[in-house]
Design a protein around this ligand. Structure first.
Ligand code: SF4
Length: 352
């Protein structure tokens, strides 16, 4: 089992667990709700900020927990689109990234779920840096509290698309979603939360049974061809396209939101007309929509597709009745593809 060393954050605890902690100290259950107010409404990151709770209770908590397990390593703001990338240090000296992307009236925060990643995707810096460990639920939620403290307000939307594969750290991710969504927690609506997976089939099946059916599920497909997809996403060897589609078909009616396929458009690798036709067929099977992501020049292995090719690809899908959006990566000038900053800064610390 992977070592978890972020268990010390108080945001690992549900309201029930906070009530148990209060009970053990001879405190009334309402103290847990007061504490939750400080953790999720006021984003307290230092003990002296907490005012209306008995010092003896706080002192006992302080012996076991911290209010924020993360500290700032660096903060980069894009001069192009004002997205902000934070490189944060964990209590055991590792580094994770989170990005805040302002767009229209929304502020979307992209969360990391692991330090590094086992999936090894060819186009991803996190995959190249290897895997260190899972993040705890508290470390996932501390990313939200930390950034809210820095900016003065909570994000409106959350995407579990940062460093790591969310369904490879299933329990901590689902617990963090429940707390982020809870009225006593950050209170972020399920419809404003997206979980992105490379297609971990048991994770898709389990997640469809969680009752979190307003959450948006995004699957990184990136190619309709198993051989090409295996090159891009080695995890495809274990869970190939037919298996993923079977799981999605079975789960489709349990999700109230349309499933999204994320699709990386790489010149002459995934951007041919025949790819578009096959992709349309797959998307139709599960009534999915498609997010096209033209690869950028940071990805050395691939050539960005020409603008005309992107539009032609989009047209083929639309002609087949598929809903398509083209997503330009935010913060390209600040290395906002997951894991890039951590690699660039040489801040990859391996477990020994
Ligand atoms: S793209 Fe996602 S799943 Fe693939 S290596 Fe990167 S972080 Fe992991």
């Amino acid at each position: 089992m992977a070592l978890i060393s972020g268990d010390g954050s108080l945001r690992n605890l549900t309201l029930e667990e906070l009530e148990d902690a209060a009970h053990r100290q001879g405190e009334k259950p309402y103290r847990a709700r007061q504490l939750a107010q400080w953790l999720y409404k006021k984003n307290a990151c230092d003990w002296p900020e907490i005012k209306n709770i008995p010092r003896s209770f706080l002192d006992s908590l302080r012996k076991q927990y911290c209010l924020c397990s993360l500290s700032m390593s660096s903060r980069l703001e894009s001069c192009r689109d004002h997205s902000v990338k934070y490189l944060l240090k964990t209590s055991d000296g590792n580094f994770i990234e989170t990005v805040l992307i302002p767009q229209g009236g929304r502020k979307t925060q992209c969360l990391s779920t692991q330090i590094g990643c086992k999936m090894g995707c060819l186009f991803c810096a996190s995959g190249q840096g290897g895997f260190v460990r899972n993040l705890s639920c508290g470390e996932i939620l501390d990313q939200i509290a930390f950034v809210a403290k820095d900016t003065g307000s909570l994000p409106t939307n959350l995407v579990y698309m940062g460093m790591g594969e969310p369904f490879d750290n299933y329990d901590a991710v689902v617990k963090s979603i429940r707390i982020a969504n809870a009225s006593w927690g950050f209170g972020i609506g399920q419809r404003r939360i997206t979980v992105s997976t490379v297609g971990i089939v048991p994770g898709i099946r389990r997640f469809s049974e969680e009752g979190l059916n307003q959450i948006k599920l995004a699957v990184s497909l990136h190619s309709p061809d198993d051989a090409v997809r295996t090159r891009l996403i080695p995890a495809n060897r274990k869970y190939n396209i037919p298996e993923i589609l079977k799981a999605l078909e079975e789960a489709e009616d349990k999700f109230k939101r349309q499933i999204t396929f994320e699709y990386l458009l790489a010149g002459e690798v995934t951007d041919r007309d025949e790819d578009a036709v096959e992709l349309a067929g797959i998307a139709k099977m599960i009534h999915a929509k498609v997010n096209l992501i033209p690869c950028n020049s940071v990805l050395k292995e691939f050539r960005p597709p020409a603008e005309r090719r992107i539009l032609e690809f989009q047209k083929v899908l639309e002609k087949e009745g598929i809903r398509v959006t083209v997503r330009r990566s935010a913060g390209q000038d600040i290395a906002a593809a997951c894991g890039q900053l951590r690699l660039q800064e040489g801040s990859v610390k391996r477990e020994t």
